[in-house]
Ligand binder design. Structure first.
Ligand SMILES: *Cc1c(COP(=O)(O)O)cnc(C)c1O
Length: 430
């Protein structure tokens, strides 16, 4: 019995499922999760002393690699000056300024403590500003776990969405409608019929919570045009893509200006964080200026601000060039392996985040993604784990590269992946 297994047994008596966030429980692959005790650069070490090359990277937040010395130093200095006051601090201005410089569409912003909160608050502001109730989201896009966002309604045409979770009344989700990702025609049809009810369209500009699904050419622009034409707001949920796909996030990469942007993950440098911002006239709906209430005891926490600021300071053009090179090398390597061993699958990548989908040839929507071969992924996951690679424990997630990864990590990853896929070319019972 490993130490991780023992710890898990104890955790199960403390936390539902032994975890404080569901995907950590490895339900999608079976088995019990590793307990991690240390991370450094591109690697993490578990309770049993085994070290792995980490492709989760705190779900994208750890873009600098684990325990980057500059980030750690910034955190130590900030902590020594006081862990938080519930009063304005200069760190908020420094991080806020860095974000606004990178994303000019963010004229005003507010710091919060999670991505969930950022989205929940952005939605509230959008409804107040437009005085309309409905939010349109896309199947397979994750926007945190606030009640109104916990719907996906499978795929298919516009219907009032049913809750994905128990405990969410239909009277809440009746104000959420769901369209297929990449289906601009569905959005246009909705707007043509119900524009006067639509407060906002919210989208992951590159979907990364159903595996990586890039927007097809014209999709994001169609959302921009459809919302602008009917007086609804466009919200980009860049909690993952912000500062991941370049300093300007997806909005910079695709040159589209949303009305509101949600951020999280990277901007906290590994500490709990969220932020939302956008047009000044929309954001000034917020208290204490406007009528929309929103608050946070620990929002703008000085230690978090320092970690975020130190992380953003590392993300220059050379950093993004490195991430792009690594991502391209990994995707090309995987594609070669798929072809060489006649493995049915595809690699979808944008920048330094990518997903290997086994059993499908491409994925543009959640319906496509759901056809992937789960049993095969399970075999791949455990094969890679055995060879020292710590992958997201679900086929519906992205792998994330960091500044601490180098070509050597990618090449080792590729030879391990080839070895695993060669042995299980058609899945392990799926
Ligand atoms: C992670 C994530 C969230 C939720 O952020 P939390 O900090 O986990 O609440 C929201 N939207 C997207 C796109 C995310 O990836």
């Amino acid at each position: 019995m490993t130490l991780s297994t023992k710890l898990y047994d104890e955790a199960v008596g403390l936390f539902p499922g032994g975890v404080n966030s569901p995907v950590r429980a490895w339900r999608n692959v079976g088995g019990t999760p590793l307990f991690l005790v240390r991370g450094r650069g591109a690697t993490v070490t578990d309770a049993d002393g085994k070290t792995y090359c980490d492709l989760i990277g705190s779900w994208g937040a750890a873009i600098a690699g684990h325990a980057h010395p500059r980030v750690v130093q910034a955190v130590q200095q900030a902590a020594a000056a006081g862990l938080g006051f519930g009063a304005p601090t200069t760190g908020e201005i420094e991080l806020g300024r860095a974000i606004r410089e990178a994303m000019p569409a963010i004229e005003r912003l507010r710091m919060v403590t999670s991505g969930t909160e950022a989205v929940m608050s952005a939605v509230r502001v959008a409804r107040a500003f437009t005085k309309r109730p409905t939010i349109l989201k896309f199947a397979g896009c994750y926007h945190g776990h606030s009640d109104g966002m916990l719907v996906r309604a499978g795929s298919g045409p516009m219907t009032f969405a049913l809750p994905d979770s128990a405990g969410v009344p239909e009277s809440v989700t009746m104000h959420t409608v769901v369209a297929d990702y990449n289906a601009a025609d569905q959005v246009r049809a909705y707007v043509a019929a119900k524009a006067s009810e639509l407060a906002a369209v919210i989208v992951e500009p590159v979907a990364a919570n159903m595996g990586v699904v890039p927007p097809q050419p014209g999709f994001l622009m169609a959302l921009r045009e459809a919302t602008r034409a009917c007086g609804a707001l466009l919200i980009f949920d860049e909690v993952i893509t912000g500062f991941r796909l370049g300093r300007g996030g997806a909005q910079g990469r695709f040159a589209i200006e949303p009305d509101l942007t949600c951020l999280g993950k990277i901007i906290g440098g590994g500490l709990p964080v969220g932020a939302f911002g956008g047009r000044a006239d929309v954001m000034e709906q917020l208290a204490p200026v406007g009528p929309v209430y929103q608050a946070g005891t620990l929002a703008g926490n000085p230690v978090t601000m320092a970690a975020g600021r130190a992380t953003l300071a590392l993300l220059d053009a050379a950093a993004y060039a490195h991430l792009e090179t690594l991502g391209a090398r990994m995707a090309a390597g995987l594609e070669t392996i798929l072809a060489r061993h006649r493995v049915a699958g595809c690699v979808q990548r944008v920048g330094s985040m990518l997903t290997l989908f086994l059993g499908i040839e491409r994925a543009a929507t959640l319906t496509d993604v759901e056809r992937l071969d789960r049993a095969w992924f399970r075999a791949f996951f455990f094969g890679m784990l055995e060879r020292g690679f710590y992958l997201p424990p679900s086929p519906f997630e992205a792998m994330f590269l960091s500044l601490a990864h180098g070509e050597e990590h990618v090449d080792e990853f590729l030879s391990a992946a080839e070895d695993v896929l060669r042995r299980t070319p058609h899945g392990a019972g799926g």
